[in-house]
Design a protein around this ligand. Structure first.
Ligand SMILES: NC(=O)c1ccc[n+]([C@@H]2O[C@H](COP(=O)([O-])OP(=O)(O)OC[C@H]3O[C@@H](n4cnc5c(N)ncnc54)[C@H](OP(=O)(O)O)[C@@H]3O)[C@@H](O)[C@H]2O)c1
Length: 289
């Protein structure tokens, strides 16, 4: 297989480039090389490269910032996906596109399945939902909803660090880590997302939407406790309620996702506790020269 990966410098993009390289040819495109909002450039790059799979990791992910930057959010998260879907369709390639648990409003009180109707509550979430619809313009397509991604350590202190890395770094440095005790998630380890994506592509799964999260769910506080039980620093966790923070965009309170549809067509994803343990072991591996 030849994979063309957009947003290849992002957290998931980098993990997929690493994982997919053992399974075929990878054409990794940073934003400078392929801007998905530049319709002509994106179509030309895809048509020249003629990959068998276009994998879209490009996204506008500033959930709070999107409230004031609606046009930008929809340009990247919705129209950019349409451009890639059409480019993939024109060359007979499969499109893989990643979406989010935020398409749900978080009021169900039980894990959401793919059959549950979305009800986005923020600009970011709405733009991602429209992007899901746009992905279906490709001939063969997969919309893979992930959540609370973790697995590529960014430089501490940079804005690109994910929430789980922020917790880990705070605990490692003995700093207080504020964590929600009333928001429930099903986290996704990028290594497991990569494996699940390859498994879907290699099988005969029908086009559609799949929840690609580690099995189970937890509050952010429970997640942080699991980390602290392994690396220490339990005393630095500060449980907070979502309502106590003045966030510009609403978050789903109970955003757990049910991944059993994926498990019916591919290997089931390990539990989130297993994924956290593997990631912490990976972070602590000795540096190679
Ligand atoms: N992170 C999470 O917790 C989370 C949760 C749920 C769903 N997701 C979804 O998972 C996917 C991967 O997320 P991630 O965490 O890997 O994101 P990320 O680390 O923010 O990476 C996104 C990448 O997209 C690039 N990009 C932005 N606009 C672009 C454009 N117009 N054309 C091409 N590239 C562009 C960014 O480049 P620059 O660096 O130049 O901006 C960045 O390299 C996204 O679809 C996201 O919505 C993520």
């Amino acid at each position: 297989m030849t994979f063309l990966i957009t947003g290849a410098d992002g957290q998931l993009g980098r993990a997929l480039v690493d994982a997919f390289s053992a399974h075929g040819t990878v054409i990794a495109c940073s934003r400078a090389e392929l801007d998905i909002t530049n319709t002509a450039q994106a179509a030309a790059v895809v048509s020249r490269a003629r990959p068998s799979v276009v994998v879209n990791c490009a996204a506008f992910n500033d959930v709070d910032g999107a409230e004031a930057l609606q046009e930008r959010a929809f340009d990247v998260n919705a129209l950019g996906v349409l451009t890639l879907a059409r480019a993939a369709r024109d060359i007979g390639a499969t499109l893989v596109h990643y979406s989010t648990d935020f398409v749900f409003d978080g009021t169900a009180g039980r894990p959401y399945s793919e059959a549950d109707p979305p009800s986005p509550r923020s600009v970011y979430a709405a733009s991602k939902l429209v992007g899901e619809w746009m992905a279906a313009d490709a001939g063969r397509w997969f919309v893979l909803r992930v959540a609370s991604l973790f697995g590529v350590a960014h430089t501490p202190g940079t804005s690109r660090m994910g929430s789980i890395d922020r917790i880990i770094v705070a605990l490692e440095q003995g700093q207080p880590a504020k964590v929600f005790r009333d928001r429930v998630v099903s986290p996704s380890y990028v290594v497991d997302v990569a494996a699940a994506t390859l498994s879907l592509l290699g099988g005969s799964a029908p086009s559609g939407t799949y929840h690609v999260v580690n099995t189970g769910h937890c509050t952010w506080y429970e997640l942080a406790q699991e980390i602290a039980n392994i690396i220490g620093g339990l005393e630095h966790l500060v449980p907070v309620d979502v309502a106590s923070l003045a966030l510009k965009a609403a978050r789903p309170q109970f955003g757990a996702l049910d991944n059993s549809r994926l498990a019916s067509v591919a290997d089931p994803l390990p539990t989130w506790q297993d994924a956290i343990r593997r990631y912490l072991a990976f972070r602590q591996r000795p540096a190679t020269i």
